[in-house]
Design a binder for this molecule. Structure first.
Ligand code: TA6
Length: 334
């Protein structure tokens, strides 16, 4: 399993993923403008077993999906609506992401779980629908293949539509690249294709599957400043080392780009989360009461999920015309 002993090596990897996403996005966006989604391909590269490294299209509920597989046996499923990662399985078949049994996988419906894309507004911090409009938008598949390192990847893209412009009048292009090897990296790029600068929030609202929430600890937020979203955004400092979830929790940790370590004692595993571009972290669990009243989660599911979100909210990104911004999240199991 690849781990990164030093910080600079980690950052080099993340930058590679980000620039691969950008380069492919740039070429494909031109190539794919106005065309239908290309067929899903599987191109073997030297050193990998092609039989174990395929990609496929499918459906989940009413939604079309793309599944990518790495030669190691890991896999990821992405719903094309929302470019929404709905499953990440390790080599041993273990599912890493939580998806509620009540999720409907229907057009226009947000999925409760996986990795929803949040853009251009986080939560209700503005006039738009909660978490913006990309999580239910119609994306298209720009590419599915393998990179020169043997990692499987899928690239999705979306442009502003008339419907989006009635809500938010800024021309943009977004690409999401999901890269799979023994880790799962998700890179989102926002491009300002208009003539005026615009501000936005962006987040990857990642729902981790946990065995027992009460046995989970989070390291990497010690001493961080956070906005307590349960208490009118009161500003506080994290004093717990490590952080454990005790009841409903909804916190926006500001300016905290360091690696996170999420230890799940009941499943005996640790997830490392590295980020670039996303300087904020949101930790969310609805707790028992809110899980029942307002999230649509099935009975007891709140104990098997923890949202650990890579975010850029404070401050919002200010994107100049003809410029791009990229945020990357990479998760690895230790
Ligand atoms: O990211 C945390 C949060 O904004 C919470 O406040 C909670 O509402 C959650 O996201 C889910 O939002 P959703 O719009 O999917 O119900």
């Amino acid at each position: 399993m690849t781990d990164f002993p030093d910080h600079s090596e980690r950052r080099r990897f993340l930058k590679r993923v980000a620039s691969a996403g950008l380069a492919i996005a740039a070429s494909r966006l031109t190539a794919c403008a106005g065309t239908a989604s290309p067929p899903v391909s599987s191109s073997p590269s030297p050193g990998n077993d092609p039989a174990r490294s395929t990609s496929a299209t499918g459906t989940r509920g009413e939604l079309d999906t793309v599944t990518i597989r790495h030669a190691s046996g890991s896999s990821a499923e992405i719903a094309i609506q929302g470019a929404h990662v709905t499953s990440w399985k390790r080599t041993n078949g273990e599912e890493m992401l939580f998806v509620s049994a009540n999720s409907r996988f229907a057009p226009g419906q947000p999925i409760r779980g996986g990795i929803p894309v949040v853009f251009p507004q986080f939560a209700a911090l503005g006039p738009l629908p909660g978490h913006g409009f990309l999580r239910t938008a119609t994306w298209e598949v720009a590419d599915v293949s393998r990179d020169p390192n043997g990692a499987a990847f899928a690239l999705f893209q979306v442009r502003d539509t008339d419907a989006m412009r009635t809500l938010w009048p800024h021309p943009f292009r977004a690409t999401l690249r999901v890269t799979l090897d023994d880790a799962l990296a998700t890179a989102i790029t926002i491009e300002n294709v208009g003539d005026d600068a615009f501000p936005f929030h962006c987040a990857l609202h990642t729902y981790l599957r946990v065995g027992d929430l009460t046995k989970v600890s989070i390291r990497g937020l010690e001493g961080a400043t956070y906005q307590d979203r349960r208490a009118k955004n009161a500003q506080r400092r994290e004093s717990r080392r490590p952080l454990r979830i005790e009841g409903e929790t909804d916190r926006l940790y500001v300016g905290r780009p360091e690696r996170l370590r999420i230890r799940d004692e009941s499943l005996g595993r640790t997830v490392f989360v590295d980020r670039i571009g996303f300087n904020d972290v949101v930790i969310w669990n609805p707790g028992e009461e809110r899980a029942r009243t307002s999230t649509g989660l099935a009975e007891g599911e709140y104990l098997t999920m923890l949202a650990v979100e890579s975010a850029q909210v404070v401050p919002p990104v200010q994107l100049a015309p003809k410029s791009r911004w990229t945020g990357v999240q990479r998760m690895l199991v230790g």
